[in-house]
Design a binder for this molecule. Structure first.
Ligand SMILES: C[S@@+](CC[C@H](N)C(=O)[O-])C[C@H]1O[C@@H](n2cnc3c(N)ncnc32)[C@H](O)[C@@H]1O
Length: 228
């Protein structure tokens, strides 16, 4: 199927998540407080003050066929905004491997979302390949703050995500600015971008397909591309 190389749309459609995926008001508040506490301790690693909104999560996950995936990887689970929504879309035999570098947040997601399909790995997403046993995920979902992470860490994660993807797979990326676009174009031949205004701050959502062979991207190295 022919796909346009780049597209930009605004996410405006209305829909509700399944009831069982929505946290109660009380647990939602405690998730926000936990998130905020982690942000105060590690602002650059967290990259955001609040968890991603349900609308932005829905809009982002809508760019992939999660219900048909056997293996999904999440990078930067935080308090589980994406994790919960991914699980609600996965089939009964599918697997979700979620990376979260903060051990407190990782343990919290493990406790709050007991599900035999979910494995929470309390490690850096740089270790991605070591935890997949050769598995090739059809979908990789990232809300990592590439803008504020050290450039070499972000680049290593993007390279590894592109390398492990299944041949027809998709990498979904959430950012708070479009600065990452050249870094993604350097690694993927096909990009689609949406903007979700119903998130604090507004979220730039990318779907990236068709990884380039390493070293074939045309632009300068990541370090020459500012902080993104
Ligand atoms: C912006 S938060 C996103 C959290 C959640 N997915 C959401 O959307 O609300 C980024 C998360 O990535 C985690 N993180 C940062 N660097 C990481 C790394 N190298 N490996 C794994 N997780 C990382 C942070 O601890 C934080 O929980």
């Amino acid at each position: 199927m022919a796909r346009s190389r780049r597209r930009l749309t605004t996410c405006t459609h209305h829909a509700k998540l399944k009831a069982q995926t929505v946290p109660t008001g009380r647990s939602e508040l405690s998730e926000k407080l936990l998130f905020l506490r982690s942000f105060v301790a590690h602002p650059r690693r967290m990259g955001a003050v609040l968890p991603t909104s349900r609308r932005a999560v829905k809009c982002m996950l809508g760019m992939a066929d999660l219900d048909r995936a056997d293996l999904v990887v999440e990078l930067g689970a935080g308090t589980g905004s994406h994790t919960r929504a991914i699980l609600s879309r996965l089939g009964p035999q599918a697997r979700l491997v979620a990376f979260e570098i903060d051990p407190v947040l990782a343990a919290n997601v493990r406790d709050r979302l007991p599900d035999r399909r979910l494995e929470v790995v309390a490690a850096s997403a740089e270790d991605l390949e070591q935890h997949l046993d050769g598995g090739r995920p059809e979908v990789v979902v990232s809300a990592l703050p590439f803008t504020s992470l050290p450039a070499d860490v972000g680049s290593a994660i993007l390279d590894r995500a592109a390398r492990v993807l299944a041949p027809d797979g998709v990498l979904l990326v959430l950012q708070y600015s479009p600065l990452i676009t050249p870094r993604l174009s350097r690694r993927f031949r096909w990009l689609r971008r949406k903007v979700c205004l119903r998130n604090v701050p507004p979220a730039f959502l990318y779907a990236c397909r068709e990884p380039r062979a390493p070293g074939t991207g045309t632009a300068e190295p990541d370090s020459a591309n500012g902080p993104a």
